[in-house]
Design a protein around this ligand. Structure first.
Ligand code: IMP
Length: 437
């Protein structure tokens, strides 16, 4: 799939450590780009989030949806790591590993490793996630209800259980009992049903037994891999504006989804990171609540009508809008994005005119950054420039020169406006629908 000059480029990148992040609100098509970049990596690491993420990868006629297991699992000979920064729902993880095995993809201890210090998601986290959303009423976040917020909350409050507790039946029983007691009291106060300690212990002990062979000190493992000159790809989940610090709080997830999270979530220090690749769609989407300045019914209807833009984890229709270069420029700044992969270009193929947001108007002020306050962002009106559409299918293009000139101009413009170099343009979900620029 890679043409020769890119093999050379790939070879040069072989022992580089690359962080891949979403430059928008998640669902940028990272799964596919990770899969493509994995060809030139030895190790692939998930560093944040949990099974709220859904990475879809199409290989030939097969569709793979991954939630926790790094997408690198789909290529032979790659070591896939779930780092310490991830929150792991062990029941979901076991199901995912078994589901992959049914599709002929083997996650075995020699190609898949789970950090012993990753935190564990329990049923009370999921229950609390759902109950808090109900309590918030019209101010709800629109979470995936996977218990992510409460699990990270317990981590910060220092009452969480980690993978090394999960895989030790005695420790699990000892540490779980007071957590169930406390959480049952909270759930009762919210009118929710209490959980059975025995049941949770039995389910989690079984999952712990299954997962034990995969568990290692992943910090040491990664440093040993680097000593052998292995190239590591850090697989970001969600997107920049869902970051707990840099996103549109409180309409965010509960982890550091931005590039800095790759260091804390894996134990690989900043000076060992060589480059940051940002993934963005040729337009903008978001699932869940919160401000989305360029949201637009025309493009939403168009994309949904094409059967596109439904969430991989929850199946919810994604909210869609025009490309927002204020957001992607801000993302390039926060993450230090060097290179860009633009996905879903083919989604715009039929449009006569394509709008791109170049600034926000907030009252009398013009912003060229994303205000860090959700309320202020909700009040921003996008300032657009217009591009002429190329009105031709791009999904069959396999090289830069095969793209319509107007599509190339559009890609160049959005990369320039985002302050980063264009590395990849993707024109469909397949591996072969990837153009190295
Ligand atoms: P949570 O991560 O389930 O707590 O959800 C918080 C917010 O992040 C909600 O708006 C979700 O829709 C959004 N979110 C979480 N994970 C993803 C993802 O993988 N893609 C897109 N949005 C996500």
């Amino acid at each position: 799939m890679l043409c020769p000059e890119h093999d050379v480029r790939g070879f040069l990148l072989l022992s580089m450590n690359t962080i891949l992040v979403g430059a928008q609100w998640g669902d940028e098509g990272k799964g596919k780009i990770i899969d493509v970049l994995t060809e030139n990596a030895d190790v692939v690491v998930r560093y944040a989030g949990g099974n709220n993420a859904g990475h879809t990868v199409y290989i030939g006629k097969n569709k793979y949806v991954l939630h926790l297991v790094p997408s690198g699992i789909l290529r032979k000979g790659k070591l896939c790591v779930i780092g310490n920064g991830v929150v792991v729902d062990p029941i979901g993880l076991v199901e995912e590993i078994e589901g992959l095995r049914k599709l002929g993809v083997m996650a075995a201890p020699d190609n898949f490793v789970l950090s012993e210090t990753a935190h564990v998601v329990f049923p009370y986290h999921r229950e609390l996630d759902a109950q808090r959303e109900v309590l918030k009423g019209k101010n709800k976040i629109g979470t995936t209800k996977r218990g992510i917020g409460p699990a990270y909350g317990d981590k910060a409050a220092r009452v969480g259980l980690r993978v090394n507790d999960l895989v030790d039946p005695e420790r699990l029983s000892e540490k779980l009992a007071p957590r169930i007691r406390e959480n049952n009291a909270v759930l009762a106060s919210l009118g929710a049903k209490p959980l059975s300690f025995k049941r949770v212990l039995a389910d989690y002990s079984a999952a712990g037994k299954f997962l034990k062979p995969f568990v290692q000190n992943t910090v040491v493992l990664l440093h040993r891999a680097m000593q052998r000159d292995a190239g590591i790809l850090f697989e970001g989940a969600q997107g920049t504006f869902l970051d707990i610090d840099h996103g549109t709080y409180p309409f965010v997830t509960s982890s550091n989804t931005t590039a800095g999270g790759a260091c804390t979530g894996s134990g690989v220090p900043p000076h060992r990171m060589d480059r940051v690749v940002g993934v963005m769609k040729a337009y903008t989407t978001r699932v869940g609540e919160g401000p989305l300045p360029t949201e637009n019914a025309e493009i939403s209807d168009l994309l949904h009508g094409m059967g596109r833009e439904f969430g991989a984890t929850t199946g919810r229709p994604r909210r869609c809008g025009w490309f927002d270069s204020v957001a992607t420029r801000h993302a390039a700044m926060v993450n230090g994005i060097d290179e860009l992969a633009v996905t879903n270009l083919d989604g715009l193929d039929t449009l006569e005119t394509i709008k791109v947001c170049v600034a926000y108007q907030h009252g009398k002020e013009r912003y060229d950054f994303v205000p860090n306050d959700a309320q202020a962002l909700a009040e921003c009106k996008p300032v657009y420039v217009e591009f002429e559409g190329w009105r031709a299918p791009t999904d069959k293009a396999r090289a830069w020169r095969e793209l319509p000139p107007k599509a190339r101009a559009y890609l160049k413009a959005i990369a320039e406006l985002s302050n980063a170099k264009l590395l990849i343009a993707s024109v469909g979900p397949g591996r072969e629908q990837t153009i190295f620029v």
